[in-house]
Design a protein around this ligand. Structure first.
Ligand SMILES: Cc1ncc(C[n+]2csc(CCOP(=O)(O)OP(=O)(O)O)c2C)c(N)n1
Ligand code: SF4
Length: 347
């Protein structure tokens, strides 16, 4: 008797999509570039959180890192902006349609060098978006010059030594008003995965600085953004676990050793303490720990700061829930009476 074998149905997420629905084009970055690992984590996180790719607006600037959005979620909208100008494009997109999930993926050069002005103003607005810096300390695309996140004393392949102090984008973001600020390493699959899921659940500006080695120009002895340096100097603040609101959040909770932060949608960000006194809701704590780590030449990773309750820019300006392009004329054109009242107030 003939037997029939059936292939098992592919695994789907809560909106019925498979992980293949979250993939993008084939990468053209160098084999082993940290940026490729980050793209993989983005694919997994958006798949697991069940976010429809069509709801996502990918934005970037210029650089190898800024090419990354081409390698994940090809069904999402995408905009490759001018160098260092991604924040203003993202701000415009979110203002025009607040239902979008804005995901900025860019480099340390794009952010901390040419784009520092735009970065600063984005962080102080708490605009709901996820901003990922793929941080390799160099301008990979233009053959490896130092960027503004390069550490003092780090050495280029050519022997040139950086003498300028680095900009710590995380410390800056916390100080300015971003409401979820974290640092990870492209090689730390588990930590980055949990962080990205928490970022998707967060409402407000998320800044994740991911140390992402450039294997072609900055992965040698003397670099402080190499795979070896990170292996020897990474200091995780805590173990991170994230449980989305749509899962049973009662399991796996050990109150004696964990801090649990409830995100605005009810999801739980759990930080199992490696350090007894670390409180991620304190700005002061976060800035102090970052400064101490710098003095000790450690690369501290983890969620430094989270505040799920701060009002976002959209709430501050009382932005309409509907996408601007869908508003009918009678909702965008002020009535004669409203115009007359404005004129009266100006007299
Ligand atoms: C206005 C402008 N200035 C300079 C450049 C040249 N340029 C292209 S990419 C880049 C730096 C990219 O570095 P980073 O953002 O760190 O990305 P990576 O390539 O390292 O991922 C520079 C300076 C440019 N494209 N446009
Ligand atoms: S040059 Fe560096 S940053 Fe660019 S793709 Fe290659 S390894 Fe990555």
């Amino acid at each position: 008797m003939a037997t029939t074998t059936s292939t098992p149905a592919p695994k789907t997420n809560r909106i019925g999509l498979t992980v293949l629905d979250y993939r993008g084009g084939k990468t053209t970055l160098c084999a082993g570039c940290g940026h490729n690992a980050i793209s993989e984590r983005i694919i997994d996180a958006f798949y697991e959180m069940g976010i429809k790719p069509e709801r996502v607006a990918k934005v970037s600037g210029i650089g190898c890192s800024s090419k990354s959005p081409a390698y994940f979620m090809s069904r999402s909208a995408s905009f490759n902006s001018v160098h260092g100008r991604m924040p203003s494009v993202a701000t415009g997109a979110v203002l025009a349609n607040r239902k979008l999930v804005a995901l900025g993926v860019t480099g340390d050069g794009d952010t901390a060098s040419i784009g520092i002005g735009q970065f600063i103003h984005l962080m102080r607005r708490n605009m709901p978006m996820i901003y990922i810096i793929e941080d390799n300390g160099v301008y990979g695309l233009t053959k490896g010059q130092f960027s503004a996140t390069a550490d003092v004393g780090s050495k280029l392949k050519t022997g040139v030594i950086n003498e300028l102090p680095p900009i710590d984008t995380c410390a800056m973001a916390i100080e300015l008003g971003a409401t979820l600020v974290a640092r990870s390493f492209s090689g730390d699959k588990r930590q980055l995965h949990a962080m990205l899921k928490a970022a998707i659940a967060h409402s407000g500006t998320v800044l994740i600085d991911v140390v992402s080695p450039c294997v072609t120009f900055n992965d040698h002895e003397g670099s402080t953004k190499s795979y070896k340096y990170m292996k020897d100097h990474e200091e995780p603040l805590h173990d991170i676990n994230f449980v989305p609101a749509f899962e049973d959040i009662a399991i796996d909770y050990d109150p004696g050793t964990s801090i649990s932060v409830t995100m605005h949608d009810g999801s739980q960000l759990r930080l199992r303490k490696l350090e007894e006194d670390y409180d991620p809701t304190s700005k002061l704590n976060a800035i102090k720990r970052l400064a101490e780590a710098k003095e000790n030449n450690e690369v501290l990773t983890g969620v430094f700061y989270v505040n799920p309750k701060a009002p976002t820019f959209l709430e501050m300006i009382d932005m309409t829930e509907d996408a601007l392009a869908t508003l009918p004329q009678d909702r965008v054109r002020p009535s004669r009476e409203a115009l007359e009242q404005i004129m009266e107030e100006l007299r």
